[in-house]
Design a protein around this ligand. Structure first.
Ligand code: GDP
Ligand code: MG
Length: 195
């Protein structure tokens, strides 16, 4: 299925968030977790900047998605959130995130699911655990996605997935932007969520 993506706007304050009732999926994760790479691989174009300069994006970037052929009303909105947790000493995410992130996650009506990205190659990070705690507290549905899964193979990947899933207390989807592994599963999850 062809995916047509279009950039809508960059927002740094709640009044700038696009209005409307298009179902939205947000993507979150620590800087350098592979969020831009995942987004680009998911939609098949360079919609997000892939950069080696962590913590650069300090806005929420919104993109519309239509499936198949261009239509006046998009089926889906994707929200690319700023990376967190780049500080060497992990702080509470609320301490280092721009002020508009919390209201976005807590109040955004059309937000259906948060894709929370973690790195499959490293143990659970405090900032990731804090984010999930906070999501659970505000009752925001999320899907945990383990990035850079191509760096582990076979049994190593299996072991890492089950350990991470246990430690985060949530089901986990492995993903590789390099090989495209997990792409169909992630789209399936998105379609189920917005249908
Ligand atoms: N091997 C591998 N490397 C990846 C993958 N995704 C991202 N990376 C690398 O991880 C680094 C950070 O990626 P980027 O997408 O910019 O992360 P972001 O800061 O979360 O947006 C880059 O050097 C990417 O090439 C992946 O699936 N596999
Ligand atoms: Mg990025």
């Amino acid at each position: 299925m062809k995916v047509i993506t279009q950039f809508v706007t960059s927002s740094a304050a709640p009044h700038q968030f696009p209005a409307g009732d298009v179902p939205e999926i947000a993507f979150l994760g620590r800087s350098n977790v592979g969020k831009s790479s995942l987004l680009n691989s998911l939609v098949g174009t360079k919609m997000a900047n892939v950069s080696n300069t962590p913590g650069r994006t300090q806005t929420i970037n919104f993109f519309t998605v239509t499936f198949g052929t261009p239509k006046p009303n998009p089926e889906l909105m994707l929200a690319d959130l700023p990376g967190y947790g780049y500080a060497r000493v992990p702080k509470a995410i609320v301490g280092e995130w721009p002020k508009f992130i919390e209201p976005y996650l807590a109040d955004r009506q059309q937000l259906r699911l948060c894709m929370c990205l973690i790195d499959s190659n490293i143990p659970p990070q405090k900032s990731d655990l804090q984010l999930l705690d906070w999501m659970r507290k505000v009752g925001r549905p999320f899907q945990l996605v383990a990035t850079k899964a191509d760096r582990l193979s076979g049994n190593k990947l299996k072991q890492s997935m089950s350990a991470l899933s246990k430690e985060f207390g949530a089901e986990l989807l492995p993903y590789s932007a390099k090989t495209g592994a997990g792409k169909d599963e992630l789209w399936k999850k998105i379609r189920e969520t917005i249908s």
